[in-house]
Design a protein around this ligand. Structure first.
Ligand code: UDP
Length: 551
């Protein structure tokens, strides 16, 4: 490993002198530790102490300069999971003069991204917490390019999905344990520490029960661009998709090429009658049904299959993250074991429902207790409950709905989520057929359909007093500047009129660019008027500067 980081590419003495003279320099973005990413020159790592080191000199820079607030609770989150106390990053400080007494540093010439993987054993976590955030952190900083070096500091081994992490750059990622190989003191010439959280859509329930993040900032567009890029790196080409929207009967030829994928799990949370389910699907939809599983196939070969599928059927579980490789317009069908409320465990539903993801989502839940197979005697992490008090075991066994709970060791949740399920075929097909009825037709995705209106221009008002209790207020404006370049199906304007000093306002939706209001308009009164444009019912523009109109 240490050979790979070639010392020849930087002048060792120049680097050493720079470190001595300038020390470490840090400039960060973000006001809080939870939204911070820092860029460093000459951040060092002492493998003996397992600590990062910041060397102070007369010209070192530390921005933000938090003083001891740097420990309240940390400088930043090393993983994309927000404010998790096992994922904090900080450094120790030393005067650059101390270098004289320390082992000779080894310099890492590559631009490096230093981060924690959150749970590299679990495919959902791999994509949601690590790959997508790392991918878009690298897009944010242009020197984190294909030659960038990733360093994973969480301390785990490679894990089963390391090949996926390798796709992020052409250089082999480094694990914390490997840093020892570089000697006692290594210094990263240029590095970024931390991950963007911009792409995450789910919180796992550490402080409140799990669910979609409160403020999702990613759309299907970014997820899909990431997926396409990854597929290219895996040498997968999506087979030209037949139109999968209408399901029109005439297109029998195209229909033949459509297929359903069942993503199967072979060790836990089984579908006990998978063969029967497959037969039923094939018969009902007159389509080929193929199974894939992580136990039997390489991940790229699974992605190849998913990339042309019309429907993906799977038990709830991390493998469902692979639905981000499904073609637009396809359907995700998620199965839930007995007593597990499908509305409360929605990482895959939320993904499928992101705007622009264009996936149709359907869930089915086993409601028949006789069709579930429990495993009370397994270890607790696989849902065993034998270690609990008899009464508690009884309570769990008698409950048919897991109450809301926090992550990650709730025994009732684990007990229920690790059940195997005999899928009741009639109820499953019923849910599927019902769900398919609301599948939207896939409009050829027009980027224009997500363009928002600009502000209306030259908004103005004119007033007149009719009688002692009647007045008129005429408001007019010009179209937003960008409208003349767009084909928009429906353009409307929203006008809000508020009497100065009142808390409420009257909203109006208008098709035209001016209007005279006379109802509820009083003489000798000041009104505040806001105007904005709306495209196609739901694309809202910004309000123009408020108008003050006195009758
Ligand atoms: N896994 C699998 N087959 C199985 C059980 C698990 O491929 O029979 C995979 C699963 O997709 C995930 C990892 O093993 O990537 C951990 O599974 P676990 O059940 O612990 O997590 P969950 O799927 O509930 O997120």
């Amino acid at each position: 490993q240490s050979q790979e980081v070639s010392q020849a590419r930087i002048d060792y003495h120049v680097a050493l002198q720079a470190l001595h003279e300038h020390g470490t320099r840090m400039v960060c973005t973000g006001k809080m530790h939870t939204d911070r990413i820092c860029r460093f020159d000459y951040l060092c790592y002492c493998s003996e102490a397992e600590e990062f080191v910041f060397f102070h000199s007369n010209t070192s820079v530390m921005l933000p300069n938090l003083g001891s607030r740097r420990f309240q609770p940390a400088l930043l989150d090393l993983s994309s999971v927000e404010d998790h106390n096992t994922q904090y990053f900080n450094f120790l400080e030393l005067p650059a003069a101390a270098l004289k007494f320390m082992p000779k540093p080894v310099f890492v010439p590559d631009v490096t991204l230093i981060m924690n993987r959150f749970n590299p054993d679990n495919l959902m976590h791999v994509f949601h917490d690590d790959l997508l955030p790392a991918y878009y952190t690298m897009k944010q900083y242009s020197d984190l390019d294909d030659e960038a070096r990733l360093v994973f500091m969480e301390g785990w081994g490679e894990g089963p999905h390391f090949d996926l992490y390798r796709l992020l750059s052409s250089k082999q990622p480094l694990l914390k344990e490997q840093l020892r190989n570089f000697g006692k003191l290594m210094c990263f010439t240029k590095s970024y520490v931390g991950l963007s959280k911009m792409t995450t859509w789910y919180q796992y329930g550490f402080v409140q029960p799990q669910g979609p993040k409160a403020n999702i900032l990613v759309s299907g567009n970014e997820i899909r661009q990431f997926a396409e890029d990854l597929m290219e790196k895996m040498n997968i080409t999506r087979l030209e998709e037949a139109e999968k929207d209408g399901g029109s009967v005439e297109d029998e030829k195209e229909k033949k090429d459509e297929y359903i994928v069942v993503f199967s799990r072979s060790t836990t949370r089984l579908i006990l009658n998978e063969a029967e389910l497959i037969m039923a699907l094939a018969q009902e939809f007159q389509m080929r049904v193929v199974t894939v599983s992580l136990e039997e196939q390489s991940f790229p070969s699974i992605v190849q299959v998913l990339s042309g599928a019309s429907v993906l059927v799977s038990m709830h579980g991390a493998q469902l993250i692979a639905s981000l490789f499904l073609p637009r317009g396809s359907t995700v069908v998620e199965l839930f074991p007995f007593a597990v409320n499908s509305d409360q465990y929605t990482p895959y539903k939320t993904l499928a429902s992101l705007p622009g993801m264009d996936l149709h989502y359907i869930s089915w839940r086993n409601t028949q207790e006789e069709n579930t197979v429990t495993h009370p005697d397994r270890p607790w992490e696989q849902g065993g409950i034998a270690h609990l008090e008899k009464e508690e075991q009884e309570r769990i066994l008698n409950s048919n709905d897991v109450p809301r709970h926090l992550c990650c060791r709730n025994p009732e949740w684990l007990f229920r989520i690790y059940q195997d399920t005999l899928v009741d075929i009639p109820s499953f097909l019923e849910v599927l057929k019902e769900g398919m009825k609301t599948k939207p037709g896939l409009k050829k995705s027009k980027p224009a359909s997500t363009v928002h209106p600009g502000r209306v221009r030259e908004a103005q008002c004119q007033t007149s007093v009719q009688t002692t209790n009647e007045a008129k207020l005429t408001v007019s404006w010009q179209i937003p500047w960008n409208l003349k370049y767009l084909k928009v199906r429906e353009v409307k304007y929203e006008v809000w009129i508020q009497e100065q000093g009142e808390n409420t306002y009257m909203p109006y939706i208008l098709p035209q660019q001016n209007y005279t209001f006379s109802e509820n308009i009083k003489p000798f009164t000041t009104y505040l008027v806001w105007v904005r444009c709306i495209f196609n019912k739901n694309l809202l523009g910004p309000f123009a500067d408020v108008l003050t109109c006195r009758t």
